[in-house]
Design a protein around this ligand. Structure first.
Ligand code: ATP
Ligand code: MG
Length: 399
């Protein structure tokens, strides 16, 4: 039994001693049955949040309106969620009201897929009213209940189905698959942030090629921001060997490169990316274009940084279908290490030096001349010493 469950067992026991039911549920139980590494265990209980707070001295309110309390037990946080039904799905997204209930079976019934609707008690006995274990054995993703009902209640479940294909290499059961084909349009009602979270998990999965194929064949992709009419781009992505692209940034860079949106900013904004993510992706896309025009020179490498340069090389190999062993990371690393400096602050001169030498007033010219000096140093036209740089700038009539 994984250590995380053993550590968490006393939490279940304490809740039961107080007269309530408590079970392990969700992804941890599924992953345990799959012999996969478990990252965190979730607990479902018949106790209400207020009752849980009375049992445990240390708790944090994280989603009390949905019935979730974080219980800190022996320094480890556990999400403890009251059994609930989700009634009145007003607009194809999250329930407008949750109702706390006392029945485990009804709580499992509101969960998305049968493989995620399995509970395990403190003796590690499995409670599986919706045949989730069989679905896991058959490697099948199927909704609890009728797919059309469940996708209409919460359309995000369609994206979850596809991201589980990518993560688990399962297939989607026939009627569930049909449900995806019929209800993709409901994704337009879902908050983009929730779609992005699932899409990012999809991109990080082992089987993303198959997941892309399902997005395309069910037509769901049409309802992802910026993908309308871009089925051919998905097909192109599927045709590439992207298995080596493990990082999110690498996958997003490749996608943006293939999609070629008219305006990258508005594309990324439509995905509700943070300013930081947008900046990073734009930087990668910029240097990928340079890489596609020829090897990155030392100045590019300096500005891109080693990590980015290596990632771009991987993307370049994916796009040009060269075998992974053909790209020489050692060579790139040694060129990078041989750069005389690796950050602008290591440059031996600064703006004050330039003002002194030229007797000119401060202005935008300083940045330009500093960049010129930087390039001179990187290309070893001048040593990274004050005097050498001054001479070089003089010779170029810049000061
Ligand atoms: P992961 O390993 O990626 O965390 P997970 O299955 O634990 O996968 P979570 O998003 O953490 O996924 O959700 C925990 C559980 O809550 C799921 O296993 C499922 O039972 C239920 N669940 C999550 N999202 C939904 C949803 N949109 N509709 C119904 N049930 C859901
Ligand atoms: Mg989880």
């Amino acid at each position: 039994m994984p250590k995380l469950f053993i550590q968490a067992k006393p939490v279940l026991e304490k809740i039961e001693q107080a007269g309530f039911q408590a079970y392990f549920v969700g992804g941890a139980v599924r992953d345990y049955l799959l012999n996969k590494q478990i990252s965190d265990v979730d607990i479902a209980t018949s106790a209400t949040p207020a009752e849980i707070k009375e049992i445990f001295p240390k708790t944090v309110d994280v989603g009390i309106e949905h019935g979730t309390i974080l219980v800190i037990f022996k320094g480890i946080p556990y999400e403890v969620t009251t059994f609930r039904t989700e009634s009145e799905y007003a607009d194809f997204r999250r329930p407008s009201r949750v109702e706390f209930i006392r029945s485990l079976e009804d709580d499992l019934k509101r969960r998305d897929f049968t493989m995620n609707a399995i509970a395990m008690n403190r003796n590690f006995t499995i409670i599986d009213p919706y045949l989730g274990k069989a679905a896991i054995e058959n490697q099948q993703i199927r909704t609890v209940g009728r797919p059309e009902d469940r996708f209409q209640e919460d359309a995000l479940r369609m994206m979850r189905a596809v991201r589980f294909v990518s993560q688990l290499s399962f297939s989607i059961e026939r009627t569930t698959y049909q449900g995806l084909s019929d209800h993709g349009f409901l994704l337009e009602k879902i908050a983009v942030e929730r779609i992005l979270a699932e899409f990012n998990k999809l991109l990080a999965g082992e089987n993303k090629t198959e997941a892309f194929k399902i997005l395309r064949e069910t037509g769901i992709y049409q309802f992802l921001p910026g993908f309308k009419g871009c089925g051919h781009v998905l097909a192109e992505y599927e045709g590439l060997d992207t298995a080596g692209l493990k990082e999110l940034i690498e996958n997003w860079t490749l996608l943006v490169h293939l999609l070629k949106p008219a305006d990258i900013d508005s594309f990324l904004r439509s995905w509700k990316m943070s300013a930081k993510q947008m900046k990073q992706i734009k930087k990668y896309v910029f240097y990928l274009n340079r890489r596609l025009q020829g090897s990155l020179n030392k100045i590019d490498m300096f500005h891109a940084g080693l990590e980015t340069t290596l990632s771009l090389e991987k993307i370049f190999c994916v796009l040009t279908e060269c075998p992974e062993e053909a790209h020489d990371t050692d060579q790139i690393e040694s060129v990078y290490q041989s750069l005389p400096i690796h950050a602008l602050k290591e440059l031996a001169v600064d703006g004050n030096d330039l003002i002194q030498w030229s007797a000119r007033k401060a202005g935008p010219w300083i940045k330009e001349v500093l960049l010129f000096a930087l390039e001179g140093v990187l290309e070893q036209k001048a040593a990274n010493e004050k005097e050498a740089i001054r001479e070089w700038l003089c010779r170029c009539n810049l000061i």
